[in-house]
Design a protein around this ligand. Structure first.
Ligand code: G3P
Length: 478
């Protein structure tokens, strides 16, 4: 298939028998940058079968050896920072510096996971029976954590490397095998990352990577009988997967509408810089981006002015130039964002900047005086457009946050820690940040969403635990 990147199955790089490929459109040039294999269902079957077989001996490989291989892969990944980051720039228009950071962060995640794994998995429990009423000390129960089997990992386009390794590393350290289905945008960066695991010398079938159209192999993968667990990060598709998948553990993170509540005693400079960083980093294409600002009317004018000054300084242009605002991932995404902007305009929002778009590039835009009837008050733009809703009391802010179908993160800016704690308790989100923008990292922190934002909790330790089950052996004494 000429310049089409191969997929990784049974420890080898292969060309699909379909003879077809999937184009990856560069968001900046809007032309085909790369092509990947359009794998067939038979090829998925082969990958699954080899993953199932490989897992048996992988689980018996000593834990310290599994950790050693992961450390090796982490080092190779960091050595390959430049070519992988270049892919991220071309495939998903991630600013050059952020692309490099993603690769380093991923290497660190893999190493941390190896270290955490040897500790978390290196101990089990010992229980005695006579603590429960009616029992003598005649039963000793030994528990340990055993792998689930074959894990299917489906990361999203915005972190094709980091959100892939956040699933791969916990799965592998725990003795599972793993099948990766990367996002189309970002697939080549992911294949390159998988190559680092290949170079580290993982046994064949322990890690595999299939590429192709979600419409052709998506359901086939997620409903595959060999899959024992799915770890998915993305959008609404996750809800559909949860309805179709069988009786297997699911780990999902499906977006958010992270609210930023600004009280009247807040440090407004701190709040403004966090709003701009939180709302506009990677052009707002993060689940944890600040997606709605809920500010007390008394400080709203000052805050909006401060935010606008900073928005005015954001650089806009190609990711190669390391601009702050770069083209959004696809044309349909840009169209969706534009739809939200037009709706807000029609319904009377105040435009702090002029709306400007060229191709997939949308200039950063702050929308003030957003009202409850506007789509942007509730929907996730996943773009550089941020709504501001003015509130007259804190309860209004908490109510707006909790009325969302999402519940990923939220943040509060105030100097009063007692108030902050009470508001944090009242917010129905997986995490609340006090005096900082929402963020997933550091990567060992628990990361979870309530409601439509997800199932289960991530973060290195939680993911290792989630990708194992408890096995008990009970010794019965005479
Ligand atoms: O959008 C994915 C989500 O996990 C965000 O991660 O590190 O940008 O907070 P982060």
């Amino acid at each position: 298939a000429g310049d089409t990147f191969k997929f990784y199955s049974e420890g080898e790089w292969k060309v699909s028998s379909s003879g077809k490929s999937v184009p990856i459109i560069n968001p900046t040039t809007r032309t085909t940058q790369f092509k990947v294999q359009a794998c067939t269902q038979e090829e998925v079957n082969k990958v699954m079968e080899s993953a199932k077989i490989a897992q048996k001996s992988w689980a018996k490989t000593p834990l310290w050896k599994r950790a050693e291989l992961l450390h090796k892969a982490a080092a190779i990944l960091k050595d390959h920072k430049k070519p992988i980051a270049d892919c991220l720039v071309k495939e998903i228009a991630k600013p050059a510096k952020d692309a490099a950071t993603e690769v380093v962060r991923s290497g660190d995640l893999v190493s941390y996971c190896a270290e955490e794994g040897v500790r978390v998995l290196g101990e089990g429990k010992f229980l005695v029976s006579d603590s429960f009423p009616g029992n003598e000390r005649t039963k000793y129960c030994l528990t340990s954590k055993i792998p689930l089997g074959v894990i299917l990992a489906i990361p999203p386009f915005n972190y094709p490397v980091n959100l892939a390794v956040s699933k791969i590393a916990p799965a592998l350290i725990a003795g599972n095998s793993l099948v990766l289905k990367p996002p189309t945008q970002g697939a080549v960066a992911a294949l390159h990352m998988v190559h680092c695991f290949h170079l580290a010398g993982f046994p064949k079938g322990v890690i595999s990577c299939v590429t192709g159209k979600g419409s052709e192999i998506g359901d086939f993968l997620t409903m595959h009988p060999i899959v024992n667990c799915i770890s998915f990060t993305g959008g609404d598709t996750g809800i559909a997967i949860s309805k179709k998948s069988g009786m297997i553990p699911l780990q999902m993170e499906l977006g958010g509408k992270d609210a930023c509540i600004i009280l009247d005693d807040a440090d407004l400079d701190l709040a403004a810089s966090n709003i701009v960083k939180g709302g506009f980093s990677y052009s707002g294409q993060r689940c944890t981006a600040v997606k709605v600002v809920l500010v007390m009317e008394s400080v709203a004018d000052t805050l909006v002015k401060k935010v606008n000054e900073k928005v005015g300084k954001l650089t806009v242009g190609p990711p190669e130039n390391d601009c702050d605002i770069t083209p959004v991932v696809t044309e349909s995404s840009a169209n969706f964002i534009e739809g939200l902007v037009m709706d807000a305009q029609k319904k009377g929002a105040t435009f702090c900047q002029e709306y400007k778009r060229e191709g997939n590039l949308i200039w950063p835009l702050l929308l003030d005086n957003v009202k409850q009837d506007m789509r942007i008050a509730w929907e996730e733009p996943f773009g550089p457009v941020l709504p501001v809703i003015r509130i007259s009391n804190v309860e209004e802010g908490v109510h707006h946050c909790n009325a969302s179908n999402f519940g990923l993160q939220g943040c509060i800016f105030t100097k009063d820690i007692n108030k902050a704690m009470l508001i944090s308790d009242a917010m129905e989100t997986g995490t609340v940040q006090i005096n900082s923008a929402p963020a997933r990292g550091p990567d060992h922190f628990p990361f979870q969403g309530l409601k439509d934002s997800g199932i289960g909790s991530q973060g290195i330790t939680n993911s290792i635990n989630m990708m194992t089950k408890i096995k008990s052996t009970v010794i019965n004494l005479p």
